[in-house]
Design a protein around this ligand. Structure first.
Ligand code: PLP
Length: 467
C-alpha cells in the first residue's frame, strides 16, 4: 500500500482518513463527506495544513500546547530517553530516573502538602485513578460507606467510563451506560445563562450551596469526594462568580469531604499561576493533571496527592495502574517542558505581561453586537454569543447554531477558535506574543462580523430572553 506524506494531495489524505480512521467526538459520516482538515506541521502558535494555509491556533491544540509547537529541546529529551531506556514499568517494586525526577518536581511545584504522584497517560485515566483512590481511602479509614462522589453538570473529566461518569456531559451519558452508580451531579455556576435576575455573587453562593444540599441528601457520612475544574474548560470556559469557590471550600471542610481539583486544563500556567487551585485559592486533596504537563508533546497524566491521602493509600496494596504509568519517555519530555516553562519565565511572563494584554484586548469584543459577555482568566477565555445583549438572550433556534457558524467563519479566516454551544472559547499557547494577540482579536472580530451578517441573513437572530 502507499504511505502518504504531509505533501500528499489533500483529497487523498482525506479519502484514506474517511475510509479507516474513526475520530473522537465526531459524526463520522458527516466528516467523511466534508473531509477532515489535515494539519501537517506547526511552529510556535501557528499550524500549517495540507492546503498550505497558515492558521493561528488559539486553542493550543486541545488546551495543551502551553509551551508552543516546535520546541527542539522536547524532541531531544524524547530521543535521548528512547536511546537510554525507552520503556520500563513501575510495577513490581521497580522505578526509573525520569519517573523519580518528574514526581519530585511535581511535588515541588504543587501547592501545600500535595507531595505524591500517581502517573497515568491521560486526564481520563488520572480521574479513574482518583475515583478508585478516594473510595479506597475511605474504606481504609474505616468508613467504607463513604463511596458517593459529587460532581457537576457540564463539567468535563474525561471520556473513559469512570471519568465520563464523573463528568456531567449529558450527550456522553446518553451513550454506553453512563454514569456508573454512586456519582451525583449538581448544577454549574454558569451565571450568564442560568443566573436569571440574581446578582453574580448571590448566584455563585446559591450554586455552591447545592453541594451542601446534595451532601445532606446523600447523608454527610456517605460522601467520599467532590470533583470540579477550578474553571470549567470543555463546558465553555465558565468562570465561576467570586463567591463560589470560597463557599465550596467551606462546605468540603465542614463535612470532611475530599476535594479533587481537576487541573487538566487549568494547570501549568493556564490561569496565570502554576495551578488553577492557586488562582482560585482552594486547597484540594488531589489534583488531576495532564495536557499542559507535557505541553501535549507526549501523552501523560497524573494524580497529585496530599500527604494525608497518600499515607492511607500507601498502607494498602492499591490494585490499580497502567502499563505506561510513568512512561520514561513521557516523563522525560514532561520534565523538560516544566524546566523550560519555569527557566524561560514562560509562566510568569504569561501571568504578568501577555495575560493582562490578552485580557484587555479580548474584553474589547464585548462591544460587538453579537457578544453578550467576554470572560477571561489568564490564557483561557470565552465569549457568549447572543441575539440580544440587554436580556442575556439565547438564540431561539437550535442551540449551538450561532456558535457553529462563527467557528466556521474563524476557520475560513485561519483562526482556530472553538465553540461550545453558543460560546466561543480560546486557550492559546502561553507563548503567544502581543502581536499575535492583536492578530487573534482582529480575526475574531472579522469572524464575528461575518457570522453576524450570516445570522441576520438567515433569519437566525430571534431571541429568548433569560432576564
Ligand atoms: C481534557 C480533560 C480531561 C481528559 O483528559 P484526556 O487526556 O483527554 O483523557 C479531564 N479533565 C479535564 C478538565 C479536561 O479538560
Amino acid at each position: 500500500m502507499t504511505i502518504l506524506t504531509p505533501n500528499s494531495p489533500t483529497a487523498e489524505l482525506q479519502a484514506l482518513d474517511a475510509a479507516h480512521h474513526m475520530h473522537p467526538f465526531t459524526h463520522g459520516a458527516g466528516l467523511g463527506e466534508k473531509g477532515a482538515r489535515i494539519i501537517t506541521r506547526a511552529e510556535g502558535c501557528w499550524l500549517n495544513d495540507s492546503d498550505g494555509n497558515r492558521i493561528l491556533d488559539a486553542m493550543a491544540g486541545l488546551w495543551c500546547v502551553n509551551i508552543g509547537y516546535g520546541r527542539e529541546e522536547l524532541a531531544e529529551a524524547a530521543a535521548r530517553q528512547m536511546r537510554e531506556l525507552p520503556f520500563y514499568n513501575t510495577f513490581f517494586q521497580t522505578s526509573h530516573v525520569p519517573a523519580i525526577n518528574l514526581a519530585a518536581r511535581l511535588a515541588e511545584l504543587a501547592p501545600g502538602d500535595l507531595n505524591h504522584v500517581f502517573f497515568a497517560n491521560s486526564g481520563s485515566e488520572a480521574n479513574d485513578t482518583n475515583l478508585r483512590m478516594v473510595r479506597t481511602y475511605w474504606q481504609e479509614k474505616g468508613q467504607p460507606q463513604r463511596q458517593h462522589v459529587i460532581s457537576r453538570w457540564n463539567g468535563y473529566h474525561g471520556s473513559s467510563v469512570g471519568s465520563g461518569s464523573l463528568g456531567g456531559m449529558k450527550g456522553m451519558h446518553a451513550q454506553g451506560g453512563m454514569p456508573i452508580p454512586g456519582i451525583h451531579h449538581i448544577d454549574q455556576p454558569y451565571w450568564y445563562l442560568e443566573g436569571g435576575n440574581m446578582s453574580e455573587d448571590d448566584f455563585g453562593l446559591a450554586r455552591a450551596q447545592l453541594l451542601e444540599e446534595k451532601i445532606l441528601e446523600l447523608g454527610a457520612d456517605n460522601v467520599a469526594a467532590f470533583i470540579a475544574e477550578p474553571i470549567q474548560g470543555a463546558g465553555g470556559v465558565i468562570v465561576p462568580p467570586a463567591t463560589y469557590w470560597p463557599e465550596i471550600q467551606r462546605i468540603v471542610d465542614k463535612y470532611g469531604i475530599l476535594l479533587i481539583a481537576d487541573e487538566v486544563i487549568c494547570g501549568f500556567g493556564r490561569t496565570g499561576e502554576w495551578f488553577g487551585s492557586q488562582t482560585m485559592n482552594i486547597r484540594p486533596d488531589i489534583m488531576t493533571v495532564a495536557k499542559g504537563l507535557s505541553s501535549g508533546y507526549q501523552p501523560i497524566g497524573a494524580s497529585i496527592v496530599s500527604d494525608g491521602v497518600a499515607k492511607v493509600i500507601d498502607g494498602v496494596e492499591f490494585n490499580h495502574g497502567y502499563t505506561y504509568s510513568g512512561h520514561p519517555v513521557a516523563c522525560a519530555v514532561a520534565l523538560e517542558n516544566l524546566r523550560l516553562l519555569d527557566e524561560e519565565g514562560i509562566v510568569t511572563r504569561a501571568r504578568d505581561e501577555t495575560g493582562p494584554y490578552l485580557k484587555a484586548q479580548f474584553e474589547t469584543l464585548t462591544d460587538h453586537p453579537l457578544v453578550g459577555e467576554a470572560k477571561i482568566v489568564g490564557h483561557m477565555g470565552s465569549i457568549a454569543l447572543t441575539p440580544d445583549k440587554a436580556s442575556r438572550a439565547r438564540f431561539a433556534g437550535e442551540a449551538g447554531t450561532a456558535g457553529f457558524i462563527t467557528r466556521e467563519r474563524c476557520f475560513a479566516n485561519n483562526l482556530i477558535m472553538r465553540h461550545v454551544g453558543d460560546r466561543m472559547i480560546i486557550s492559546p499557547p502561553l507563548v503567544i506574543s502581543k502581536e499575535e494577540i492583536d492578530t487573534l482579536i482582529e480575526r475574531a472580530r472579522r469572524s464575528l462580523d461575518e457570522a453576524h451578517a450570516q445570522l441576520q441573513e438567515q433569519g437566525l437572530m430571534a431571541a429568548i430572553p433569560t432576564v
